[in-house]
Design a protein around this ligand. Sequence first.
Ligand code: SF4
Length: 427
Amino acid sequence: MDIQHKLEILADAAKYDASCASSGAARKDSRGGKGVGSTGGTGICHSYAPDGRCISLLKVLLTNACLYDCHYCINRRSSNVQRARFTPEEVVRLTLDFYKRNFIEGLFLSSGIIRSADYTMELVVEVARQLREEHHFRGYIHLKTIPEASPALIEMAGRYADRISINIELPTQQGLSKLAPEKNLARTQDAMGHIRGKIEERHAEKRKPEAPKPPPFATGQSTQMLVGADDSTDAVILQRADLLYGTYRLRRVYYSGFSPIPEPSALLPIKPPPLVREHRLYQADWLLRFYGFKVEEIASAAAPNLDLQLDPKLAWALRNRATFPVDVNRAPREILLRVPGLGVRNVERILSARRYARLRLADLLQLRVPMKKVLPFIIAADHTPARLGLDDDSLRARFLPPPRQMELDFAAPPVAGDIDSVRSGEL
Ligand code: SF4
C-alpha cells in the first residue's frame, strides 16, 4: 500500500479522536530555541475543515489495527474496515513534509494497539524521538498514550511531547465494562496520576535556584469522554470531568458526541445525541473551570441532564432568581461571574471601570456587554430590571433560540467528534 493510501485511511480513522485542539493562541516556543517547526516566529498555519474541526495538526493513527474491541470504535478488532499501518519513519517524513509546506503546526499521533501496549507505545515514542532528536523538530507534538503501557514508556512520551493524553472514553467503570471490556477506569486514572506527578516534578526542578535545567516533559495532559454512547447523564459526565481536573490537573476534557459508525455493535444506541448536548457540556465545563460553579449547581441528582434549550448559566440563573438583580457597581467578582452574558473578560472590565465612575448602561455597552442578555439580571446607575416586568416564563421564552436554530441544534452531528467552534466562549 502506498503512503498516500495509508494516509487516507489513517487520517480518516483519527478523526474520531477529539482529544486535541490546535492552539490558535500564542504558544511558547516549543522546547525553546530555533529549529524546524519552531512557532516562535511567523509562518504558523491555522486552517479549519468545513465542519469546524481544526486541521492545523497532522492528525493520524500509526495504525488502525487494534487488539481491543471497544464497541464504539470503528477500529475495534471486530470491525470490518480496511487496515493500514505506518512505519515511524513514514510518519516522520509526512510530518516534516507537511510542516515545511506550512500545512500544519505539528503532529497529533494516536494508534490502535498492536501486539501489546508496550510495543505500540514504543513505536509512538520512536516517531517523536526521531522528530525531536534526529530532525530537531520544534513544532507541537501531541501523543496519545496507552494507560496499560509501562510508566517508563509514558515518561519517554512526555519527554518528547508538548501534550500527552489518555482517553478515559466513558465516565464510569460500569460503562467501560459494557462497551470497552479491556479498559479499566482505575488503571487510566493511575496513569494520569503518574503523568501529573512527572509534570509537577519538572516544575519543582525548574524552580530550584542554580539547579541544572531538568529534561523536558509535556506541559499538560488532556482526555476525551464520549457522550451518548452509554446512558451516563450529564451530571455523571461532569462529575468525572471535575474529578479529573481537580485530582490530575488535566488541561482539558474533550466531550465527543458519539456518532454511529459503519457496522455498529448491537450494544450501541441507534441515534447519536443531538449536537447541542456536546455544546452544553463544553459550556458547563467552562463554568466549572472559570466561573466558580459546582457540578451540583449545574446538573443535580434531581435534574441530571442539562437544559438543551438554554445555556447552563442562564438555566441556573432562571432557577435562582433570588440571586438577581446584581448591582454591577457593587457586586463582588464571584457574583458578577454568575450573571448570564457576563464573561470573564467583561467582569474584569467592569471591575476596572467602576473604580472611576458609577457604571450606566451606556458604559456597559462600551465595554461590549451583551445588553439583551444581561439587562434582566443587573442593576446599573440608570437601570433596574423591575421596569422590564419579566417573570420566569417570559424570561425563558425571551432567551429560547429561534425555531430554525433549534432544528439545527437538535439535529445529529454531521460527522463524528467535536466541533472546535463550540469548545469555548463567554457565557
Ligand atoms: S483501544 Fe482505541 S483503537 Fe483500539 S478499539 Fe479501543 S478505542 Fe479503538
